[in-house]
Design a protein around this ligand. Structure first.
Ligand SMILES: [Zn+2]
Ligand SMILES: [Zn+2]
Length: 425
């Protein structure tokens, strides 16, 4: 796995006027500079791209799949949680003589979406992301275990008690190759990359294009017909006319409930959070009283807290993993009340760039980080099981001081630059 140097770019023809439009990898919105049409782009399941062959007339290209993933990986150790950003590609075809990653490629050539144009070509089938990722994880774990082994006597401190991966981008990128004699060659550079497998071992399995449908959806509110608001990379868009929220889903827009934390002071910015309800077993963490005890918060337990249900909170936007887990913990500890059926705030709303399904992956990390002292959770961490019940989008008002956005009641402050750079994570 090699870290890619930069985000990929994607070239796509405008569905309305045919002009070429270059998109960022994180864009969910195509804005045509020529005919001015604005359309959401939505894949049936995940995005599939290909690197165009150097010779566009090449008839015999075979496409090899690579999983592209970006996200945050967390490791819980006895005394700390370590985090890192994963940004890599990994071979998805079942033939391990091929390069294990796409490596660092000159990004001069933009990717294209896989479409019906490729139907004359052959593809190698792809393994599931889960199976490829668990192999990557094992390799990471093995590397870490050998480092731990070197520091004799400190093994338990270096033990990984729990690990989680929160993926923000998972897509498939196809590398075109061609066959010359008994070798496979890269169709961009022309260089040899792998021998063809022996016929006796079954050879390579080819398949035709399995049509990946890409939908282009008008950016107008399905209820009232007004233009929707949201950044080009946002997964959720708001209608400021009829106060509704919409999520890109399949070939259309799906209504999404949202709530707002009432603002105590003038706010220039609302940040989106997921507020999740989950059944927790293996530890006592069901009521607000449980939470105060579990996190050892400096509060005297009041009547009614034993019955008051709790929610787990997570940022719904990308930010450096260290800030992400800190904000998730602080927001969960705060348990702020929310107002449902509220209007869309007049102030700016930061784009939702992390889906709720991914936020759920971080729940155990939040629980681990909340525990004070840590030693009470370490022996039971494997027994904790989490059953997600529901998630709600909550818009949280932030105030500002010189360089930070601040949420006083949640005790969260986020550096303005960190928030801006988070968009490129
Ligand atoms: Zn156009
Ligand atoms: Zn509307």
């Amino acid at each position: 796995m090699v870290r890619s140097s930069d985000n990929w770019k994607i070239e796509q023809q405008c569905p309305q006027c045919g002009a070429p439009v270059v998109l960022e990898e994180t864009d969910r919105l195509l804005s045509c500079p020529f005919c001015r049409v604005r359309l959401f782009i939505s894949p049936e399941d995940f995005f599939r791209y290909y690197i165009p062959p150097a010779d566009p007339s090449m008839q015999e290209a075979v496409f090899v799949p690579y999983w592209r993933f970006k996200g945050m990986s967390f490791l819980c150790r006895a005394d700390r949680t370590e985090q890192r950003i994963l940004d890599a590609t990994a071979l998805a075809a079942d033939y391990n003589r091929l390069p294990h990653s796409l490596g660092v490629r000159p990004q001069a050539v933009p990717l294209r979406f896989v479409s019906g144009d490729l139907s004359p070509h052959f593809f190698l089938p792809h393994r599931s992301f889960e199976s490829v990722f668990s192999w990557i994880e094992k390799r990471l774990l093995a590397a870490e275990a050998s480092i731990a082994g070197l520091k004799a006597g400190r093994v338990s401190k270096d033990r990984v008690y729990h690990r989680a991966y929160i993926g923000e981008t998972t897509s498939l990128i196809y590398l075109p190759v061609f066959i010359r004699g008994n070798v496979l060659c890269d169709a961009i550079t022309g260089s040899r990359i792998a021998p063809l497998p022996e016929k006796e071992s079954g050879g390579l399995e080819f398949q035709k294009l399995d049509a990946a449908k890409l939908s282009f959806i008008p950016t107008i509110c399905p209820r009232c017909g007004w233009d929707l608001h949201g950044g080009s990379d946002s997964l959720v868009h708001l209608c400021r006319n009829c106060d509704t929220a919409w999520k890109i889903s399949g070939d259309g827009l799906e209504g999404l409930d949202f709530a707002v934390v009432p603002a105590r002071e003038d706010s220039r910015l609302y940040l989106p959070f997921w507020r999740m309800k989950a059944g927790i077993s293996g530890i006592n963490l069901n009521s607000y009283a449980d939470l105060v005890r579990f996190a050892n918060l400096p509060k005297a337990i009041q009547k009614g807290w034993e019955e008051q249900e709790i929610h787990f909170w997570s940022p719904a936007f990308k930010i450096r993993p260290q800030l992400f887990q800190r904000a998730a913990k602080a927001a969960t500890n705060a348990q702020l009340p929310v107002e449902a059926g509220a209007e869309v705030p007049k102030a700016e709303v930061f784009p939702v760039t992390l889906p709720s399904e991914e936020a759920l992956q971080g729940l155990k990390i939040t629980i681990f980080n909340m525990a004070v002292p840590k030693k009470k959770i370490l022996p039971v961490i494997d027994e904790i099981s989490i059953t997600p019940r529901e998630s709600l989008l909550v818009l949280v008002p932030f105030g500002t001081n010189t360089h930070e956005y601040v949420q006083r009641e949640m005790h969260i402050s986020l550096n303005m630059n960190a928030l801006r750079y988070g968009k490129n994570l």
